[in-house]
Every structure is written in C-alpha cells, then in structure tokens.
Design a protein around this ligand. Structure first.
Ligand code: HPA
Length: 365
C-alpha cells in the first residue's frame, strides 16, 4: 500500500525515499543490520570500505532506483557497501555526485538523505582539499570545524526548493554543523595512533570546480578566513545537518594552493593538478583508514550511546514518477535521474558570477 502522503508529495522528495526503500528491503532480505554510521569516501579514499567486516553487502549505484547512472571522476567508484566498522553497522558510499559533473544539488546530497532514510545517526565525510592556510603541509588531515561556501550563499544550495518537513526545518542553523565532541574523537584517535599530522580545526571553502583556483581566487578565499579549499562536501554537510545527523568531516590536504607569483613572470611555479592530488591521497590512504576506524571505535563507545533515535522517514514505494522526470527501467519500477541542459546552464552561470565577484573583491584589496 502506498503511503498517502507520498502520492501528493513534491517530486524532489521521492528519489531518496525510493532509494532508501529499495536498500532497506535489500538489507532485510540479506539479514544485514540497518546502518548507524555513514561514510562518504572522498577521492582515492574508498579503500576504507574494504576494511568493513562481517556480513558485507555491496550494491552498485546503477542498481539503486533513484540514483543517477553515471559517476565519472578518476579515483571514484560508484557503489555503496554495508558492513561493520569497528563493531558499528556502517554504510560507505564509494564515490559522490559532484555538482561540477553537472549534477543538480539535490542529486549531490542524495546519498546523505538516503542515509537518513536508513536511520543513520552519524555521518563521516572525507575529502581531498587544497591548503590555503600557510601553516598546512601536504599530508595534514584537518578536522573541519566551519565552512565558507560562496556558491551555496549565491543559490547553489541543496536546500533550495520545497522543504521536506519530515527531514528538517525550512531555515536550519549551520553555525553548529560540526560538533566539537566528534572532532575530539578524531583527535583522541590520532593521539592513540601517534598520527601527528591531524589538525584540530579549520574552515573548508567550497568552490564549484572543476578548475583549480586562480592565484587571486586563492588569496581571496584565504583573506576570508579559509584554511582549505575543495569542490565537494559542504552540500552534503548542510543536508546531513538539516536532517539532524551528527557530522565529522576530515579533509586531507593534498596540495598547497598557488597564491604568489610575479605578475610579469610567465612561470608562476607549481600548479595544482589532479595527479598530484591523487598521489598525496595514496600516500596517506592507509593512515586515514586507520584514523577513521579508531575514531569510529571511540564514537561507538562515547557518542553513539547518548544519541537519540531519529524519527522514521516514510518510505513506502511512491507512485511512479512522470516520464519526463526520468526513465523507467524495463520492469517499470526504477527510474534514473538525468542532467538537463537547464541545470548545466544554471551551473555555468553561477561559476561565472562567483568568478566575477571574487575578482572584484580581490582588486579592491
Ligand atoms: N582546489 C580545489 N579542490 C581541491 C584542491 C584545490 O587546490 N586540491 C584538492 N581538491
């Protein structure tokens, strides 16, 4: 029987319910426990999912109704893995949907809302980021404590559109999105592992990408208080916070951004590139896995027992979506989200607006 509310609810509320409903039933069928913890693995950091144990269930994004069919960045796999991490039922998303690929913001945060539909309480997000803070070294892992998200302030925001009241309020606060107690768990884990490269706090700047920033843009972000810069994560954090999940975000500094340079010299020295980023990730990947595992162990002992259960999101399979919103599969059950020309055009417009604002402000300084 269809939940009465689902027949009339906004189309944008359905993809995570459809995906959540499908995954919930798969977990039930395979006797895998519902996850309490969710991990979003950043570029090259998917190896963590290989350390899950007990009953493992792997599901490709392409199998999940409501999920987009493609996820195309080197270093990313498109699958979700369920299993135990340090004794905690966990789901790991290997590969995320970036807005720079052309995905709309609702799709970018789809994994997060799916976690919420499956009753996850704590979300850990890892990412690769450029270091804006001059004290950062390549290989540092920063426990993110705040963010600066110009695209999001300008409207490229996953919460724009009708609000799903079952998930969270219309106007959520974000000044409290990075709970200190979870950051302290990561710091304790680092201490126990003798990992001296973990930085206790820092501000992550979300940029649209896919280009690495210009020197003026880096100076601009630094002058605003940014410590690290990257092309992901903040939309997911905002969505997770919106639906009351607790968040821990760890950013691996993979490169120092390029800020200086003589305007008259042709060669400004090093430039950021994706190969450099992936190499830095590879060097630290195992240590980050150990850090995450140890952190989860501590969270399991000290934090999870005190967290209340979250309300259940209504999940019964809704009526099929109209055809022009996606395509049904052969059985007529599942559908895939497609990226429209309008969405790409809107994304391009925001990038251009952001760049113009950035240049205007850096000139004034
Ligand atoms: N800029 C943006 N995103 C990044 C960077 C960077 O320098 N390094 C890794 N991801």
């Amino acid at each position: 029987m269809c939940h009465p509310g689902l027949l009339t609810m906004d189309e944008s509320f359905k993809p995570y319910r459809i995906a959540g409903d499908y995954l919930w039933k798969r977990l039930e069928k395979e006797g895998v426990p519902l996850p309490v913890l969710g991990v979003v693995c950043g570029s090259g950091l998917s190896g963590l999912s290989e350390t899950l144990d007990e009953k493992i269930l792997r599901i490709k994004y392409s199998e999940i109704p409501g999920f987009p069919a493609h996820c195309t960045v080197p270093g990313h796999k498109g699958e979700v893995v369920f299993g135990m991490l340090s004794g905690i039922p966990t789901m790991c998303f290997r590969g995320r949907f970036h807005s720079y690929e052309g995905h709309d913001m609702k799709t970018v945060v789809l994994p997060v809302y799916v976690m919420r539909c499956l009753t996850v309480k704590v979300v850990m997000v890892t990412n690769a980021a450029g270091g804006l803070n001059s004290s950062y070294e390549v290989g540092n892992v920063v426990c993110i404590s705040d963010h600066l998200a110009i695209p999001q302030l300008a409207g490229k925001n996953p919460l724009v559109g009708p609000n799903d009241d079952e998930l969270g309020p219309r106007f959520p606060a974000t000044s409290n999105a990075y709970p200190k107690n979870l950051r302290l768990c990561a710091q304790r884990a680092a201490k126990e592992l003798n990992h001296d490269f973990v930085v206790p706090h820092g501000t992550y700047c979300f940029v649209s990408g896919p280009m690495y920033e210009s020197r003026a843009e880096c100076r601009f972000l630094q002058s605003l208080g940014g410590d690290a810069v990257g092309m992901s994560t903040v939309p997911e954090i905002v969505a997770a916070h919106h639906c009351s999940m607790q968040i821990l975000c760890l950013s691996l500094i993979t490169n120092k951004v390029v800020m200086a340079g003589d305007e008259d010299e042709e060669d400004h020295g090093a430039v950021a590139n994706h190969k450099e980023v992936l190499e830095a990730v590879q060097k630290r990947a195992e240590q980050i896995q150990a850090l995450v595992k140890k952190t989860v162990e501590i969270i399991g002992k000290d934090i999870l027992p005190g967290l209340p259960d979250l309300s259940k999101v209504s999940l019964e399979t809704p009526a099929p979506l109209p055809k022009d919103n996606g395509s049904k599969d052969e059985e007529g059950k599942a559908w895939r989200v497609t990226i429209s020309g309008n969405q790409l055009g809107f994304g391009a417009m925001l990038v251009a607006t952001g760049a113009v604002i950035g240049m205007a402000i850096s000139r004034r300084n």
